[in-house]
Design a protein around this ligand. Structure first.
Ligand SMILES: [Zn+2]
Length: 273
């Protein structure tokens, strides 16, 4: 599922392509709507607004509109937001089409249909942000702040790093990669890290997320960028989906275990429990 680097890649594409464009209409498709409210009210509300800016918070994409509201999209498992020419036929996966004055569409395509769309005011957005931890790439997150966040968690390290209310944007792929880079086992208690380990983990989180952005995200099957293209970060992963292959550091085969209910990849020699 798309994590921070994938959502940030889409954000940059959309910012370049459609900021300043005007929404002239919208259409929802499928039996289960991506928007939980009244679809007709949504369409009336947004029509005629221009897109001021595309923003991101954690794994949420925000279209800031000239009417002061925000279209907030979470792609969940298999959602994609792709710009297409409006005369291009609709894919069967399309759940929502936002029509643009430039003759293009922004289409939400979603195989599993878990993606969500909300229309929020500034107040609604603030309430959403309050439920999220800090942005891992912001200067707000220091090794000390990371230590403080983890020291209050009674759970394991991986479960804590996946918790969006503690830290926003990480998912299964980048948590496994970050813990490998930091040489820390995912099953360690979150509150038990030394100062040196916190420093390594902080650096590793930023490193893997930035590398993911630089290579335009990880595509195994569903993820596509804002123009429908796959990312290339899957070719740079060190442990994720490399079960049985040699550890890039020590040569020991990577193993797959289960931590926090998720398939988890570790080097048993570099990441001792
Ligand atoms: Zn190793």
């Amino acid at each position: 599922m798309p994590e921070l680097p994938e959502v940030e890649t889409i954000r940059r594409d959309l910012q370049q392509e459609i900021s300043g464009d005007t929404l002239i209409g919208a259409e929802f498709f499928g039996s289960r709507s991506a928007y939980s409210g009244d679809a007709n009210a949504f369409i009336r509300q947004i029509a005629g607004s221009s897109i001021r800016e595309i923003q991101r918070r954690g794994k949420y994409l925000l279209l800031a509109l000239s009417n002061g509201e925000y279209i907030v999209v979470h792609l969940r498992m298999t959602g994609r937001l792709i710009i297409r020419q409006s005369d291009e036929p609709n894919d069967r996966l399309v759940r929502l089409v936002l029509r643009l004055a430039s003759g293009r569409d922004l289409r939400l395509e979603d195989l599993r249909k878990f993606a969500t769309v909300e229309l929020l005011t500034v107040g609604g957005l603030a309430a959403l942000f309050d439920r999220l931890g800090p942005e891992p790439l912001s200067s707000e997150l220091t090794p000390e702040r990371l230590g403080e966040i983890l020291s209050h968690s009674r759970r394991g390290l991986k479960a804590s790093l996946l918790d969006q209310s503690l830290l926003a944007g990480l998912g299964n792929i980048y948590v496994d990669e970050a813990l490998f880079h930091a040489r820390i086992h995912p099953d360690r208690p979150a509150s038990g890290l030394s100062t040196a380990e916190l420093k390594r983990l902080h650096q590793a989180i930023r490193h893997v997320l930035q590398a993911g952005i630089d290579t335009r995200g990880t595509t195994f099957s569903d993820y596509r960028d804002g123009l429908g293209r796959p990312g290339t970060h899957q070719y740079q992963l060190q442990v994720y989906r490399r079960t049985g292959e040699p550890c890039p550091t020590c040569g020991e085969p990577i193993i797959k275990t289960r931590v926090a209910g998720r398939g988890t990849h570790v080097c048993p020699r570099c990441q001792k429990l």
